[in-house]
Each structure stands twice: as C-alpha cells, then as structure tokens.
Design a protein around this ligand. Sequence first.
Ligand code: CUA
Length: 140
Amino acid sequence: MKVKISKSTIALVVVIIAIGWFFVSSSDKKSPNQNNQAQNQTSLTTNPQNTVTIDVIANQFSFNPNPIRVKYGDRVVLNITSQDVTHGFALPDFGINAILNPGETTTVEFVANKRGRFGFYCSVPCGVGHVGMRGNIIVE
Ligand code: CUA
C-alpha cells in the first residue's frame, strides 16, 4: 500500500514537472522569435549580409590574427584553434565566452551588428602571460 502511494506520488510529480517544463520551454521559444520579427521590421541593416569565416590561432600568449577586421552586418564565424594549453576566448560585447581545449578547434559565431573596436581576451588562466593575452575585433 505504502509503495503504491509513493509510486503514484512520484508519477504525479513527474507529470507536473513535465507540464511545467513544456510551458517554460514553449515560452522560451516564443520570445526570441518575437525579437527577431521586431528586428526585421525595424531595421534591415542588422540582418546578416554575408558570412565571414576566419581561422584564429591561440597560443601562449596571443591570438592571431589580431586585430580581426570584419564588416558591419557580417555574420562572423571564428574557428579558433589552441595550439598548446587550454585557453579561453571571451568577447563580452557579443556575449561570447568559449573554452579552447588544447589541439582543438572551437567555433564561435556572432553578427557584427555594432561598429567599433571590441576587446576579446583569454578567459582561462594559462600561464605568466595570461593577462596580456588579448586582442581586438574591429567592425568597420
Ligand atoms: Cu590564454 Cu589565459
């Protein structure tokens, strides 16, 4: 009897969680679509015009190329390869912070929807030169 009650209680809780998750995930899906629609209506210039893929090398203690130059409106894909130890790639103005595992290529992407010079930096302690491991993306 006791076992039966706890099983049905668990089943009920699972159903409640599933229903709750459904509503949370469906509301998550709605808001970005609404934002995209609003952007499309207000400004065509923020739509990606062109995809630019750039290979970037990370090693102690620099990124190459640096600076990285792109055009306003580009969809920018960075394939970043760490040649030695674990580094990070943080570009806070575009909401990016990635871990770069040794010997691996990590892809990050964003739309260059702001003009100017934006700093990026290594976000994982990687040695004595860590704090100087930084660079710029220039959106022209
Ligand atoms: Cu590279 Cu810290």
